[in-house]
Design a protein around this ligand. Structure first.
Ligand SMILES: Cc1cc2nc3c(=O)[nH]c(=O)nc-3n(C[C@H](O)[C@H](O)[C@H](O)COP(=O)(O)OP(=O)(O)OC[C@H]3O[C@@H](n4cnc5c(N)ncnc54)[C@H](O)[C@@H]3O)c2cc1C
Ligand SMILES: *[C@@H]1O[C@H](CO)[C@@H](O)[C@H](O)[C@H]1NC(C)=O
Ligand SMILES: *[C@@H]1O[C@H](CO)[C@@H](O)[C@H](O)[C@H]1NC(C)=O
Length: 680
């Protein structure tokens, strides 16, 4: 690994980076204010200097980064003062020394995220097929490979800094009372900044999606595609028929864990939850977290599907390129190209066969609407000519969780602590073989599925996922980085009031985040205006159904029951009495107190889905058909997590890659078997 670093370092010193000052640029077609919004969103968290070299904003500092800098690049000086992350960045030059892309490709894919990366890679396995992959973000770099830095990247230009529209009564403890919805903006998409947890969902959940008319999406169908990309090296599961060992995406157990994971699993067994591979289709239970990492290093969709494919002459990748519209012939309703902005210049590219949107659950519906496909009244209200009236953005589900149920232990040195992780030895150990506390994906160690008495789903469908942490929100407090608090946008005064005591004494803690798997509350997304650089308006409608609140409260009781089992009591585990300023009128530990706490720290796990919902012809909520073709529009598909029609018990990275795999086969089938040019 060290060799790899020095090679990369040498490469960058020798060849420099080919990045433009695009971010500094002014786009002719949009005004300053609009363009600024595109670059920075509502907030400006980055280290930027103005044209005279004056520092405008300062970087959020993180001690792990300082250590890494000392370890890997003692003499490193960023070449571009606007781009601190120039540091060891990957690059994707056009192959064969090409200076600019072609005017026409077989397929134009928008978005190199979890799904788009897989799709581009699979389609270009056929040498006779050309693909252009447009990506707004930059390539990843050494620091994005460090799992423990995941929360940190939520405040950098590796993310779209989206905020949900203000909703009274949720996220009340967050800055400005707004829920933060960062999304990855990188070659690799959200898989460059996510927590790397690998989950597939329950069989019955996929089977009921198929039963709703979505042929080809039953559990057995999707299992084939999950396994196609998987390269599992999971101790104890070597013989599992549900895990494959020869795909592109490594899946492993976290190499370094605290003792608390054993305690969590033991406590689970006492309460009737067997210790299993939680992705196994047969039963519900608890297990060690499985992550898309290799030897403790993040392995994004780009690493798996684009990095090694760089030499392919038929795959052109354009980072830092923003698609602004799908070009659609209004007479025949056929997509024939994409309009995009790169290096200040607006261009178009034509697609001989298909345009595919893989821009994720916010940007894919946004691009459809900007191109005239969406709810007609809404499009008219923002002045966009309507080509096809479809319920784009009208359904949105998300997975929210509560991170504030924290238990104090009477020990020291059992749980994670950033302070203890911070030394050169840990950094070098991570570089060499990954066995370091900095390989921990935000402290996540275990996953468990439970079903509370509130659920009205059939038996094998859980309603809560428990995410067991070898510490808590406060574990990075001692060293002062508080990256998790900042990443979640929790207000400092609320955080201090609730957790100061834990931090002050650097107490050992354990927590389990309950994640609501099948919310009844439904959100939506709309355009703010017709400017492609504006952020859309996102409405989460969290906790608007009382059942969602009741399910959470039931899960808090279950977590408390786990903490009361003998394995946890060995550490004198005791519920921390968090003092939330808004919840003082409620008796501590009453149901009302917990509802108030939940509304204070309403955190999302960023699994927004269903904004380009899949459904058969005649489904009034559907945007794409079961082969992911936009209803009523030719040669246009959506291939990303936005097509998932309803919630599954899964974090959405593996499902998004599976969707990319499956779409690649469907597209190949279309163009090899059907007549070229045939409409659907
Ligand atoms: C902080 C965080 C933690 C998460 N943790 C986990 C986890 O542990 N496990 C898990 O399974 N899931 C996790 N998720 C969710 C998961 O990573 C995403 O659901 C998944 O990556 C989505 O894949 P996608 O292909 O739909 O979209 P994305 O991966 O988001 O890809 C969309 C891409 O399109 C690009 N794009 C957007 N608009 C344009 C445009 N106009 N022009 C060009 N390019 C554009 C974006 O920059 C992005 O690269 C997490 C998400 C976040 C934000
Ligand atoms: C390659 O693609 C071209 C144009 O799409 C087509 O005419 C030709 O038959 C293809 N060749 C093969 C071997 O598939
Ligand atoms: C922690 O609490 C448990 C249970 O009360 C007790 O047995 C144990 O000795 C305590 N440990 C320490 C270090 O105080």
């Amino acid at each position: 690994m060290l060799q790899k670093i020095f090679f990369l370092l040498a490469y960058f010193l020798l060849f420099g980076s080919a990045h433009s000052d695009y971010d500094e640029a002014f786009v002719e077609t949009v005004n300053d204010e609009e363009y600024r919004n595109y670059l920075y969103g509502d907030e400006v968290p980055l280290n930027r200097v103005d044209r005279n070299g004056r520092l405008l904003y300062s970087y959020p500092q993180n001690p792990i980064i300082n250590i890494m800098m000392q370890t890997a690049a003692p003499n490193y000086v960023p070449k571009n003062p606007n781009d601190f992350f120039d540091f060891l960045r990957d690059s994707y030059p056009l192959p064969g020394g090409l200076k600019s892309p072609y005017d026409e490709y077989d397929y134009v894919i928008v978005g190199a995220g979890s799904a788009g990366s897989v799709l581009a890679s699979r389609l270009t396995e056929d040498k006779n097929v050309t693909v252009l992959l447009l990506e707004a973000g930059k390539p990843e770099m050494l620091l994005t490979d460090i799992p423990a830095l995941a929360p940190y990247f939520q405040s950098t230009d590796y993310t779209w800094q989206y905020y949900m529209e203000y909703q009274p009564g949720v996220c009340t403890g967050m800055i400005n009372g707004r829920c933060f919805w960062p999304r990855g903006k990188a070659v690799g998409g959200t898989s460059v900044v996510n927590y790397m947890i690998y989950t597939r969902g329950r069989p019955i959940e996929w089977d009921r999606i198929a039963a709703a008319g979505n042929y080809g999406w039953s559990y057995n169908d999707v299992l084939y595609y999950y396994m196609k990309s998987e390269r599992a090296s999971l101790d104890g599961l070597e013989k599992s028929p549900f895990r494959s060992r020869d795909g592109e995406v490594p899946v492993e157990h976290v190499p370094k864990k605290t003792k608390l994971i054993k305690t969590f699993l033991e406590a689970g067994r006492i309460l009737g939850h067997p210790t299993i591979d939680y992705n196994s289709p047969h039963e519900l239970g608890f297990g060690y977290v499985q992550t898309t990492t290799t030897f403790g290093h993040r392995y994004s969709a780009a690493k798996a599907f684009l990095h090694k494919q760089k030499k392919r002459r038929n795959l052109h990748i354009l980072p830092q390129t923003r698609a602004t519209k799908v070009l659609i012939d209004p007479q025949t309703l056929t997509a024939y190209g994409v309009e995009y902005v790169r290096n200040r210049i607006k261009s178009t590219v034509r697609a001989r066969k298909e345009v595919i949107l893989s821009a994720g659950p916010i940007a894919s519906p946004q691009l459809l609407m900007l191109s005239g496909i969406g709810p007609q009244n809404h499009l008219r209200s923002v002045g966009i000519p309507v080509l096809k009236d479809l319920p784009v953005g009208q359904t949105l589900y998300d997975h929210i969780c509560f991170p504030g149920l924290i238990f104090e232990l009477n020990t020291t040195g059992v749980s994670l602590s950033e302070t203890r992780a911070l030394n050169i030895r840990e950094a070098v150990s991570w570089l060499r073989h990954g066995e370091s506390t900095i390989s921990s994906p935000g402290g996540v160690e275990g996953i468990g599925y439970i079903k509370t008495p509130i659920s009205d789903d059939p038996d094998p469908v859980p309603d809560i996922e428990l995410i067991s942490i070898g510490g808590s929100l406060t574990s990075d407090g001692g060293s002062g980085s508080k990256a998790v608090r900042k990443g979640m946008r929790i207000r400092e005064d609320v955080f201090d009031s609730a957790f100061n005591e834990l931090e002050k004494f650097n107490r050992d803690t354990w927590s389990a985040f309950p994640m609501l798997l099948h919310p009844k509350s439904v959100g939506r997304i709309e355009l703010k205006d017709s400017n492609p650089f504006s952020h859309p308006l996102m409405y989460g409608n969290y906790l608007t159904d009382p059942k969602d609140v009741a399910t959470f409260v039931a899960s808090f009781r279950h977590i408390q029951a786990l903490a009361n089992t003998p394995p946890f009591q060995r550490y004198g585990t005791k519920l921390h009495r968090a003092d939330y300023p808004d919840c003082r009128t409620h008796i501590f530990d009453s149901d009302e107190y917990w509802e108030c706490a939940l509304r204070t720290l309403t955190a999302t796990l960023h699994h927004q889905i269903a904004t380009c919902r899949m459904g058969p012809v005649g489904d009034p909520l559907a945007v794409v058909d079961p082969e992911l073709r936009v209803h009523g529009v030719n040669r246009l598909r959506v291939v990303d997590s936005s097509v998932l029609p309803r919630t599954v018990s899964a974090h959405t990275h593996a499902p998004a890659m599976m969707i990319g795999e499956k779409a690649a086969d469907m597209i190949k089938w279309t163009w090899n078997v059907l007549n070229v040019g045939q409409t659907y």
